[in-house]
Ligand binder design. Structure first.
Ligand code: DGJ
Length: 711
């Protein structure tokens, strides 16, 4: 059984194919964390695994011991455990101590959805098993939920907190996870960045008696830090070493980190950011935390990422577009910015169609009076001068070319210069009479309010009903200000509600998320929208880093990636069109330039790129990914996707190396005895894996795709 309870010694053993997670109820009812890591096939004792040892300065709050020296499963504020707590509540009588003790538990097949929140799912009950453990204090019932997949090394965790007292309590902190590992010799790995350089890899050792944590208080998961972290042994690399990886199924403010205590144990934690959080939990009310996805790999980062990819691809992303091939698109943003009209879009589309592009996406500027970014967000009606025949006529003309039509929205925002703002000036986030802080000349609609959610739903749905729209880009271009953490939390619930309604009603539409590029790239968004615009930075060399870093937590199938013009609009770098194509083909492929301006030779390359992409898209989006060489510590970047039919290898370099070395790019995941054919040559799998293909860094910022077809 994947989840077992041993009544004799009060232990819970949760198993996945290669991992075990063990907790135990101690004599006094405290739930202790015993093990997470490599698989333990039989575990029949618990309480002797560690002993209560009296320690100097550790208060004795349990018979003969202290919670400060126990590996806790869900630590709370107010007891002798003075490490970071997972739960901090203030009660009606001003007390703030929560002593949780085991009350009951349930084990059942399957996995339940979380009320109002995105979460990993199952398609049949036999895919996963769930353990719910109820812990109780005077005022609260706290249910720890653990769900283990049978075919994936994934354990999902979340917490329900119910006020069982007769008076309201205030939750100041309610994390989704905090548990103690017995070691501290770990590196802390995160994906940090900024606008146009999202999810760069960062790695550093934990230090004694200190904490490393990251988070966001921006109202979105953010460009700066992604809601993902890993703890790994110092020797961990792509193929070897221990890796614990955690990914949050949530798109708002978060915190996560690792705290090392005086006895060299590490508390790993993740949840809603407690900064400014004060949630009034009424008598009888339940607070549901978002879910954390956990995986452990004894074989390095490669395996941890492949597990997260599979979960995301198959049990986070949903709907028709989860498995279906997605159209190659052209987006007009970098081709025209705000300067377009119906005819110009049709002409760009006509050229694109001739080269093999399947979907024309009209970006920002099609509505209200929007000729620049000062106006009209919230007024979702066609711009009378640019689209005199409305969105419907443009969609018809695009369809008449034999292409699908897609449209950009930024539904969560309002421009002060708009009809919506004139009618409802209080619908935006604001703080009394304080000046309303603008970013990109816009304010954030307050989606914690049901009437605002209803407006957002209705205005988007009306446009979607009015024309043949087969793709939506859902953008979000600023952080939140003038709000409280609880409003930001309710905002996310409101937003998820709107997204659920729209994506189920318009289930044929392919939705792509965006937030000034990848400012909200997380499992929460991917639950509603199966792809996300990875970054506003479309430079191929920068994309090597961004897509490499992103792949630690998210599969290529979720990363929007386009070929854009040169000199590149973000970094002014010139790269050849094949290099740009190679990088973009490792994500959801598209173009973002005026294809009419290309030379005939370049157009022929585009045609071939699209043909190649159709040949490799299944492998890139459904195959296993292996990272082979990192742009963060090498001049050469390489990664590979493998399925039963072929391997697709991406190799690129930064600067050219004069009179340089040969780079042997050694592939992985092939069949040693099988033959693979690439560019007219045949190689054995073991040769490719042990000797590799040779790459020379001959030109600056140069990349190619190699297809190795199994014959
Ligand atoms: C930010 C997005 O990331 C861009 O791709 C583009 O859609 C602009 N917004 C439009 O305002």
């Amino acid at each position: 059984m994947p989840i077992e309870f041993n009544e004799k010694n009060g232990t819970f053993v949760i198993s996945t194919p290669q991992t075990s997670y063990i907790s135990a109820i101690l004599e006094d009812g405290i739930l202790a964390h015993i093990h997470y890591g490599g698989k333990i096939a039989r575990f029949d004792f618990a309480k002797d695994v560690f002993k209560y040892i009296p320690r100097g300065f550790a208060a004795e709050d349990i018979p003969g011991g202290s919670t400060e020296t126990i590996p806790m499963e869900y630590p709370t504020f107010g007891c002798a455990d003075l490490r970071r707590s997972a739960l901090h509540a203030v009660y009606a009588d001003s007390t703030r101590t929560t002593n949780l003790r085991y009350a009951s538990h349930r084990i059942f097949k399957g996995k339940k959805p979380l009320a109002g929140l995105p979460s990993a799912y199952v398609e049949s009950e036999s895919e996963a098993d769930t353990l719910e453990i109820d812990l109780e204090s005077r005022n609260l019932r706290v249910t720890l939920v653990f769900c283990a997949y049978r075919e994936m090394d994934v354990i999902c965790r979340s917490v329900r907190i119910e006020n069982i007292s007769s008076e309201a309590a205030v939750l100041k902190n309610a994390l989704s996870m905090a548990f103690d590992l017995p070691e501290s010799n770990y590196d802390f790995v995160t994906l940090e960045g900024a606008w146009a350089k999202e999810r760069h890899l960062s790695r550093g050792a934990l230090a004694p008696n200190s904490e490393k944590s990251i988070g966001s208080c921006r109202g979105a998961s953010s460009h700066q830090q992604n809601p993902f972290f890993a703890l790994c042994s110092p020797d961990a690399n792509e193929k070897a070493g221990e890796v614990y990886a955690f990914s949050f199924v949530y798109s708002g403010n978060f915190i996560c980190g690792a705290q090392v205590d005086q006895f060299a144990t590490t508390r790993a934690f993740m949840g809603i950011n407690p900064f400014d959080f004060e949630y009034e939990l009424k008598s009888g009310e339940v607070f549901q935390t978002p879910e954390v996805v956990c995986t452990y790999s004894a074989n390095g980062f490669g395996q941890a990422s492949r597990t997260l990819h599979k979960l995301c691809r198959t049990r986070i992303c949903r709907g028709k577009w989860r498995d279906a091939p997605r159209p190659v698109l052209i987006n007009n943003w970098e081709a025209t910015y705000f300067d377009f009209d119906e005819d110009k879009i049709v002409e760009i589309a006509r050229e694109a169609k001739q080269l093999g592009v399947e979907l024309m996406v009209l970006d920002d500027g099609w509505f209200g009076k929007r000729d620049d970014d000062w106006t009209s967000l919230g007024d979702w009606e066609a711009h009378p001068r640019k689209l005199p025949g409305g969105v419907a006529r443009l969609a018809e003309r695009i369809n008449a070319l034999g292409m699908k039509f897609g449209l950009w929205f930024e539904p969560e925002m309002v421009s002060p210069e708009s009809e919506l703002y004139r009618t409802h000036p209080h619908w935006c986030l604001h703080d009394g009479d304080s000046p309303r802080v603008q970013t990109r000349h816009q304010l954030v609609l307050d989606l914690s309010r049901p009437e605002v959610c209803e407006y957002v739903y209705r205005s988007v749905a009306n446009v979607l009903r009015s024309a043949n729209i087969e793709y939506v880009k859902w953008d979000m271009n600023r952080s939140m200000s003038e709000t409280s953490a609880v409003t930001a939390w309710r905002y996310m619930l409101g937003l998820y509600g709107v997204m659920e309604k729209l994506t189920s009603e318009f289930s044929n539409i392919l939705f792509e998320g965006c937030s000034g590029g990848g400012g909200r790239f997380d499992l929460g968004m991917l639950y509603y929208m199966p792809q996300f615009w990875t970054s506003d930075n479309t430079d191929a060399a920068e994309r090597m880093k961004i897509q490499y870093g992103t792949s630690f937590a998210y599969p290529a199938s979720t990363m929007g990636a386009h070929v854009s013009a040169v000199p590149n609009h973000q970094v002014h770098r010139v790269t050849d069109i094949s290099t740009r194509g190679a990088a973009a083909m490792c994500g959801r492929f598209g173009y973002e330039l005026d294809l009419r301006l290309l030379s005939d030779e370049e157009k022929a390359i585009v045609r071939r790129q699209i043909e190649l992409y159709h040949n490799i898209e299944h492998t890139v989006h459904h195959g296993e990914m292996y990272r082979l060489s990192s742009p963060f510590d090498s001049n050469v970047t390489a990664w590979e996707f493998v399925d039963e039919r072929q391997a697709v290898l991406f190799v690129g370099n930064m600067l050219a190396e004069p009179n340089g070395r040969f780079w042997h790019i050694r592939l992985e995941g092939l069949e040693p005895d099988a033959l693979y054919e690439a560019e007219g040559k045949t190689y054995r799998g073991d040769v490719l894996m042990n000797m590799g293909l040779i790459w020379e860094a001959k030109c600056d910022f140069y990349a190619r795709i190699f297809t190795l077809r199994k014959i």
